[in-house]
Each structure stands twice: as structure tokens, then as C-alpha cells.
Design a protein around this ligand. Structure first.
Ligand code: ZN
Length: 417
């Protein structure tokens, strides 16, 4: 008997590849999937722990490709950094647990609200000091003066009031990226376009090509990838031109963007972040953004563009990944699986395609395509046992009571059976 092994017997397997579900048995040894078989044979003797799946669904853990563990459920951007650092850190630790409880066993940090927060959270998760998803740590959003991220009311050298890191010119960009590299980031984040709730609207592209080029030049020697806030067509083109592989939003991507994304579909990912658009236009009345307000209407129009664009990208085979910018008052952490419902209802994906976007593509965007995101022999054992069939009803993944077992890295984080 191997005490560090777990057998999931009698499960309906969704392997994350998009193939149809099939009945089987899965043996996990250490932190990897050792065997996926149709007949259990002598596996029970090899397993330390046996979980009788009773025909429920076993599938790879989910990946949120646009995760902000340090967004603290505030009603405005300015409020994010008004929470004192001590409370903010505790809040972020709790968010990491909330995300894992929601079945997301991995996530791409899409920017931190303070310089080192993401790095220390990732390190603490990896050390087992706190619980949370596998996490790619980011720096702060690097932004232009007055753009999204620069929430300081005055232009001084003290950056504490901003959740983004403000730069003016390539040399300040060089300094910013080197600072985040020193802190140990896996990614950098560039705010290339504006955002409607800021003085710089979504279709504006304020960061210069010189600044973007400098950021990539400084990140590249370390193998550090970049992601970008890119709503405007020009900002998407900056991503394509400079090799920013993770493109968030892309609401106003034009035909040229589509053609180029399609031609390089193995290189780029698009994360639309639909939850933010949907909830800000329709679900934020309690926080002063009534659906008939001008701001909500602007977001509703952007949502229409984004949905149409994502439908087109899906047809072209461009990799679309979930992650809805959760962590504002009206987009609370833990509701991350709503994105998959949006993918089905708005973009036209089948439930299975939505599952692939959160599992197989998750492994790819995490930079671990050969060992994460599939339920396959040799892959890391990040698994969910779901009471229900997400390939028939994708919304079942939003009900944490249905996520009966959550395994991360071969360890049973949750076993409610
Ligand atoms: Zn974001």
C-alpha cells in the first residue's frame, strides 16, 4: 500500500482535451496522475486512499487567467489602496483560499495592488504557509500618468496611493520593470489602453511604443512574459508588435487584429474579462452605477463589441481564456466560474469548449502545457470531483457544494464525501 496515493474509482472522466467524457478509474501517486484505466484491476491494493466517485465527474482543476488576489472587493479603483497594508495582506490571503475553494487550482496574476504582494503570496502558497491556487505572480500594473492605475490625486514621487505603477518615458519603464524583476515576478503587466471609469477612455492608447519596447527588452532576458490591459484596437496591435502574449479585454479588436491573432494563434491568448463589463453595466446599481447611467451605458456598448469580437475569435480558433477581473464590490472573488457560463451563453461555446478554455488552455497559459490542465497520465494531479456533469450544465461549477473533492498537487485539499 502506498500511503501517498489516492484512487478515484468509478468516475466519469472529463480529461480537459475536449473529448467526450468516459467512465474510468484514476490513480494519483505523489503529485502526479499515475494511471487512467477503464478497469480498476489491482489499483485498490496500490492506493492509500480510495475515493468512490459513484459515477460523478472527475476533471482537471480550473485556471483563472486574469486573477487579482490583491483586489479587495472595493467599490472604486481609488479605494483599493486606501485599505492599510496590514489589512490588505490578510484580505489577500483570504482571497487565495476563496479562489481555491471555488475549484480554481491555478491562476495567472493579472497585477498586484502593491509592489511585492503577489510575489510573497505566491511564495507562501508554494511553501505551504497559506492555501491558494498555483499562482503566477505579477507586479503592479505599469501605467501612464493619469491612466488606469494612476489613482494618486497628485503627481508626486510617492506611489503609495496608486494601485498601478506610474511611468513617464522609457527610462522610468526600465526602472519599474527591473524593480519588479528584483521582487521575483513571473509576469509584468502593462496598461496599454484606457478604461471607461478613468479619465482615459477605453479606446485611447496612451502608452508609447518606446515604453512598451523598453518593458519587453527588460523582461525578456529573464524569460518573464507580459500581459496587457488592451481594450483599444491600437493597444492590441502593440501587443502583437511587441510580443505581449497575454492580451486582456481586446474589446475593440479590428479586422487587422483578428487576422494577426489568427495567424499567430499558438503565441497569443485573449482574456476578455466579460464579468467586469457585464456586472459594471448591469449589476453595480448598489454602488452608484445604475444601469441607465451614462457610465453603465458606455460599458454596455463595450460589452456588445466585446461579445461580437469574441464570437469572431472563437470561430477563428484564437485561444480565449476565462478570468473576469474578479475582486470589485460587484464582481466578488469566488464567483470566477461565472465566466464559463458567459462563454457558453454569450460567445457560443459548448460547455465542453468552455471547460477546455479553463483547463487545457489553463495549463498552456500557466506555461506548463505538458504537465498541467489535462487529466492524463503523467500530468500534475490538480483535480475536481464534481457532483454533476459540467459538460451538460456548465453552471454546476459555480456551486461550491457540488465540488466535493478538490485536489491540488496530489494533496486532498477538500474531501466532502
Ligand atoms: Zn484586471
Amino acid at each position: 500500500m502506498n500511503t501517498e496515493s489516492t484512487l478515484f474509482s468509478n468516475v466519469n472522466i472529463i480529461d480537459g482535451s475536449g473529448d467526450a467524457p468516459f467512465a474510468g478509474h484514476v490513480l494519483v501517486v505523489g503529485n502526479r496522475i499515475e494511471k487512467v484505466v477503464s478497469s480498476p484491476d489491482d489499483l485498490e491494493e496500490q492506493a492509500g486512499t480510495i475515493i468512490d466517485g459513484q459515477g460523478k465527474t472527475l476533471m482537471p482543476g480550473l485556471c483563472d487567467a486574469h486573477l487579482h488576489l490583491t483586489w479587495n472587493d472595493q467599490p472604486t479603483l481609488e479605494h483599493i489602496t486606501l485599505m492599510p497594508p496590514e489589512e490588505h495582506l490578510i484580505h489577500s490571503i483570504n482571497v487565495a483560499k476563496t479562489v481555491l475553494d471555488a475549484g480554481f487550482t491555478s491562476g495567472v496574476g493579472a497585477a498586484a495592488a502593491r509592489p511585492r504582494f503577489d510575489c510573497i503570496l505566491r511564495n507562501a502558497i508554494n511553501a505551504g504557509d497559506i492555501v491558494g491556487p498555483r499562482y503566477l505572480a505579477n507586479g503592479q500594473e505599469i501605467c501612464t500618468a493619469g491612466g488606469l492605475g494612476d489613482t494618486s490625486p497628485v503627481h508626486v514621487d510617492i506611489q503609495d496611493l496608486s494601485f498601478g505603477w506610474r511611468v513617464c518615458g522609457p527610462e522610468e519603464m526600465r526602472k519599474a520593470v527591473r524593480m519588479f524583476v528584483k521582487f521575483g515576478v513571473d509576469l509584468i503587466k502593462l496598461n496599454l489602453s484606457g478604461e471607461e471609469i478613468t479619465p482615459v477612455p477605453a479606446q485611447t492608447t496612451p502608452m508609447s511604443n518606446e515604453e512598451v519596447a523598453m518593458a519587453m527588452q527588460e523582461a525578456r532576458p529573464y524569460g518573464i512574459r507580459a500581459c496587457a490591459h488592451a481594450r483599444s484596437a491600437d493597444s492590441v496591435k502593440q501587443c502583437l508588435n511587441h510580443g505581449v502574449q497575454i492580451i486582456y479585454h481586446a474589446s475593440y479588436a479590428d479586422t487587422e487584429c483578428m487576422d494577426r491573432l489568427e495567424a499567430e494563434k499558438d503565441r497569443f491568448f485573449v482574456g476578455p474579462g466579460l464579468a467586469w463589463l457585464i456586472q459594471t453595466s448591469q449589476g453595480a446599481a448598489d454602488w452608484g452605477i445604475a444601469p441607465d447611467s451614462e457610465l453603465a451605458q458606455v460599458y454596455a456598448r463595450e460589452l456588445e463589441y466585446a461579445v461580437e469580437g469574441m464570437q469572431e475569435m472563437r470561430k477563428r480558433g484564437i485561444r480565449i481564456v476565462p478570468g473576469g477581473d474578479y475582486g470589485f464590490a460587484w464582481t466578488p472573488h469566488g464567483t470566477n466560474a461565472k465566466d464559463l457560463e458567459y462563454f457558453v451563453d454569450l460567445i457560443g461555446m459548448s460547455p465542453m469548449e468552455a471547460i477546455v478554455s479553463a483547463t487545457s488552455l489553463g495549463g498552456q497559459i500557466m506555461g506548463m502545457p505538458d504537465e498541467l490542465g489535462l487529466l492524463k497520465e503523467g500530468y500534475l494531479a490538480d483535480l475536481l470531483l464534481v457532483d454533476g456533469d459540467p459538460s451538460a450544465d456548465i453552471t454546476v461549477l459555480q456551486d461550491t457544494s457540488k465540488l466535493e473533492v478538490i485536489m491540488k498537487d496530489g494533496a486532498l485539499y477538500k474531501n466532502a464525501l
